[in-house]
Write a protein that binds this ligand. Structure first.
Ligand SMILES: Nc1ncnc2c1ncn2[C@@H]1O[C@H](COP(=O)(O)OP(=O)(O)OP(=O)(O)O)[C@@H](O)[C@H]1O
Ligand SMILES: [Mg+2]
Length: 244
């Protein structure tokens, strides 16, 4: 599904070049659930931004779903991003002035979909993340965990083949984080390819494979023998609002 080879990214800081990725090779088969770990500054977000077609490599190749995206125009990249990829950020990135349903609809507006179908799909996506009752709430009327679930609904509303999530649980308490992992594991069961960046080894162990970066290079790449099941873990956790 994802194949990169010799991927290098350098940022220009004035006259100095900052290397963020150095000749990275990586292959992720369709439907795999991968976690990317590594210390701050190791290149995780840089890699995710390239995988998500938000940024371009300095050199190297990136094939998504059999297509070489390294040479595409900006318009084509925007189209690929909109139709094939769902992106989730640590800071939710929701529009604060509009309600959950309108936030989730956004990617469909860019596709030129009719309002009625847009709304129907948005409501369905919110239902699938357990937020059918929050469709008319604005972001500041929801908890962080709920806002992140709105962001997940927005990422999946267009039926992407790939979900890219950069520290999606980084701002959340452990129960809300686990709720996000329940959703990711369900998406994985549906065959969606997921790449998740996390600092938290317990979160990483919900995936099938852990790739570690350091100084812009892959330093380890291991399969997870028995991935943690978020649905099992959540059963043992205190309800929100009840202190443990
Ligand atoms: N826009 C930019 N301009 C210049 N340098 C950048 C830019 N973005 C990232 N870098 C540099 O590239 C390297 C990799 O950064 P990146 O954001 O990918 O790290 P990260 O692994 O995501 O870190 P964190 O865990 O803190 O999010 C760092 O040295 C960083 O300072
Ligand atoms: Mg980062």
């Amino acid at each position: 599904m994802i194949k990169i080879s010799g991927l290098t990214k350098e940022y220009a800081m004035g006259k100095v070049k900052v290397p963020a990725l150095r000749e990275v090779d990586m292959e992720i088969p369709r439907g795999q659930f991968v976690a990317i770990m590594g210390p701050s500054g190791s290149g995780k977000s840089t890699l995710m931004n390239i995988l998500g077609c938000l940024d371009r490599p300095t050199s190297g190749e990136y094939c998504l779903d059999g297509e070489d995206v390294s040479k595409k125009s900006d318009n084509d990249l925007a189209d690929i991003r909109n139709k094939r990829i769902g992106f989730i950020f640590q800071s939710y990135n929701l529009l604060s002035r509009v309600d959950a349903a309108s936030n989730v609809e956004l990617p469909l507006i860019y596709r030129g979909m009719a309002a009625g179908e847009r709304r129907a799909r948005s409501i369905r996506a919110l239902e699938s993340v357990g937020l059918s009752k929050r469709s008319q709430h604005k972001p500041n009327e929801m908890s962080g965990g709920e806002q992140q679930r709105v962001a997940v609904a927005r990422a999946i509303v267009g039926d992407p083949k790939v979900i890219l999530a950069d520290e999606p649980t980084g701002n959340l308490d452990s129960r809300s984080g686990e709720e996000i992992m329940v959703i990711f594991q369900q998406l994985h069961e549906q065959g969606i390819t997921i790449v998740l960046v996390t600092h938290d080894p317990d979160i990483a162990r919900h995936s099938e494979r852990i790739i570690s970066l350091r100084d812009g290079r892959i330093i380890s790449d291991e399969m997870v023998e028995e991935p943690l099941d978020a649905r099992e873990i959540i059963v043992g956790m205190p309800e929100p609002g009840i202190s443990a």
